[in-house]
Design a protein around this ligand. Sequence first.
Ligand SMILES: C[S@@+](CC[C@H](N)C(=O)[O-])C[C@H]1O[C@@H](n2cnc3c(N)ncnc32)[C@H](O)[C@@H]1O
Length: 394
Amino acid sequence: MPQYTPPSLPRPDEAGRSHSERVAAHIRECIEAAGGRIGFAEFMHHALYAPGLGYYVAGAAKFGEAGDFITAPEVSGVFGAVLARQCAETIGELGHGAILEIGAGSGKLAADMLEALEALGALPETYRILEVSADLRERQQDLLAERVPHLVDRVVWLTGLPESHRGVIVANEVLDALPVERFVRRGDGVSRQCVAVSNGDFRWDEEPAGDNLTRAVTSIEAHLGRALPDGFTSEVSLASVNWIADVAASLTDGVVLLFDYGVTRREYYAEDRPEGWLRCHFRHHAHNDPLVLAGIQDITAWVDFTAVAESAGAAGLDIAGFSAQAQFLIAGGLDAVMADFGTLSLEQQLELSQQIKTLTLPGEMGENFKCLALRRGDMSAPSAFALADRTHTL
Ligand SMILES: C[S@@+](CC[C@H](N)C(=O)[O-])C[C@H]1O[C@@H](n2cnc3c(N)ncnc32)[C@H](O)[C@@H]1O
């Protein structure tokens, strides 16, 4: 049965429709096997990562103009060039070390960083890429072989976190792709939002939340110093707690740089945000219905950076800085990266200016996107936080 597509969204093509139907059939089977409903985190996990089917593991275009959304490295090589300077700084302080990029997407950030690090004379011993998607790993290998063929032998692909990593760990837009639970405050209780099936389509359902989710919601309320209002619906990323713990366990010395769209806990659970922070992307249309277009749309949730900082603290990492992406780029070396701007053609100057506006303007990626830096050991804070460090807001 064809899945419902909201009229406000582009209609998927025939191949997209039939792929989505296969993904939906798989999720319906899981729902049936679970007795009629599954938690939203499980639904999101299947839609994005079901083996051979999910959005991130099957072959859809995803990134850039031909895909569904655009990330900072896809907007401009300037993002990777600034990041490279920050990595060089940390690895310089350590004496030696490697870069580990988690969830490398198309591979563009890796190519930009390797080029910039080479130009700086600061190539790391190894550039590790942890990629859970075999399809994306193949694309990354192709892109790097095309862009930086002479540096490919420094790149090592991993399918899990290394036992130990000294240097920098970078993850751009990975936290928002981790499955989240959705909850509703119902009087004295907490409900978990689930997904069930009606006439072949997915629909919301709910059940009393288990201990973990209830504990997470009550600890959010304790932190806020108030109860969430009746009916308040939002997300909690239980998966990110383990993810951060695993990343922290892997980092022996150095810095973790996490970029994502997100806010502090006070903003995340503010009363004027009673329906949460889920965001879906399909062919550059953003909307908030994750139950449609199974497996052919991206499903994300904005990040509660206070929660990430708490998980990091519990896992033994210190906060080295927290700022909006614009400030990170400006303090992190944007001027140095732009040093040869005057030598570019007018057309190139216009194009680059437009890219920088997209990365830095508050209405674009400049303010909603943040960088949280974590460190282990006696490391200096990256210079990218010299302009504005909002750690105190977490
Ligand atoms: C929105 S994409 C971002 C890609 C890329 N970093 C960029 O900025 O263009 C999310 C990426 O996170 C990866 N990912 C999701 N869950 C992951 C996990 N648990 N561990 C490692 N990577 C993960 C996906 O495979 C995908 O490459």
